[in-house]
Design a protein. Structure first.
Length: 294
């Protein structure tokens, strides 16, 4: 195989290299250097990776390694590494091993006693998370849901009660389906951020409830690659222990803590399991009553 020649005695090194998720400038100096010095680059899509290599004037030989050939190509790449070769594994975008076959190659290398080294870089899920405004202390990367309806239901049922932030990947033609499933399973009032085209010209973050996102994208054609960041569940029983507040009282209590009125209404609706419209109507009635009394 081209490029698969022995370079030294003893096993070589497998590098897992992060590549841009959109903006070609999001490459590290170290990644460019290692890719230039390596004997071979294993790419998910060689045509796609050639554009990146051309941009940085890298002439290292390329070989194809993807989901459909990993069981045959993987052992060949391990043999190359055992002969002393230096291999860089890249995905089409982001970190190899995250929603791509890079993790399989890493496992083969580890089992063969080959050193595996990360070359950190861009990642769509974490990029969306840190700009979402949702909790970043604890989170679960769900990625792409399975293709079959049964398995999709199983995954969503499993994460339904999770309290941590949830991260999903989705293609544009399946986004509406994902939002419908999330709204039905996790609750339409659950807060979420829909991020698309990260680091690209038309990068966008949309914030709101799952119901609001679904309404928007039913009227607007989804375009680009998406990351959907969803807040974890809130255990109402835990949060409302002690004296029970009425919706209007809870809104005012949250506002007294410095939370803006709109956000206070949203949190109240979520905690009490009612719609924001109901919260607004109850709050309006309370304010009208107070005006009369005053």
């Amino acid at each position: 195989m081209d490029g698969m020649t022995s370079e030294k005695d003893g096993p070589g090194v497998l590098y897992l290299c992060g590549t841009p998720i959109g903006n070609l400038e999001d490459m590290t100096y170290r990644a460019v250097r290692i890719m230039t010095e390596a004997g071979l680059i294993a790419a998910e899509d060689t045509r796609h990776t050639r554009k990146l290599l051309a941009h940085y004037d890298i002439h290292t030989p390329l070989t194809s390694y993807h989901e459909h050939n990993k069981y045959t190509k993987g052992p060949e790449l391990i043999a190359y590494l055992l002969r002393g070769g230096t291999l860089v594994c890249v995905s089409d975008a982001g970190l190899p091993g995250i929603a791509d076959p890079g993790s399989h190659l890493a496992l083969l290398a580890i089992e063969a006693g080959i050193r595996v080294i990360p070359l950190p870089g861009a990642n769509a899920a974490l990029s969306a998370l840190i700009c979402s405004g949702l909790d970043t202390t604890v989170f679960t990367f769900v990625g792409f849901l399975p293709k079959t309806e049964k398995k999709r239901r199983e995954v969503l049922k499993d994460v339904q009660k999770r309290r941590e932030t949830l991260l999903f990947y989705e293609a544009p033609h399946r986004l509406r389906t994902l939002l419908k499933e999330l709204s039905a399973t996790l609750g339409s009032t659950r807060c979420a951020v829909v991020a698309r085209e990260l680091t690209k010209k038309f990068e966008e973050f949309r914030r709101g409830t799952l119901e609001e996102h679904l309404t928007y994208f039913m009227d607007n054609e989804p375009r680009g690659e998406f990351v959907v960041v969803v807040e974890g569940t809130t255990d109402a029983k835990e949060e409302t222990e002690g004296p029970q507040l009425l919706p209007a009282e809870l809104v005012k209590s949250l506002m007294a803590q410095g939370i803006e009125k709109k956000e206070a209404m949203r949190q109240t609706a979520r905690q009490m399991g009612i719609s924001r419209r109901e919260v607004y109507q109850l709050l309006l009635l309370t304010e009208q009553k107070e005006d009369v009394l005053n």
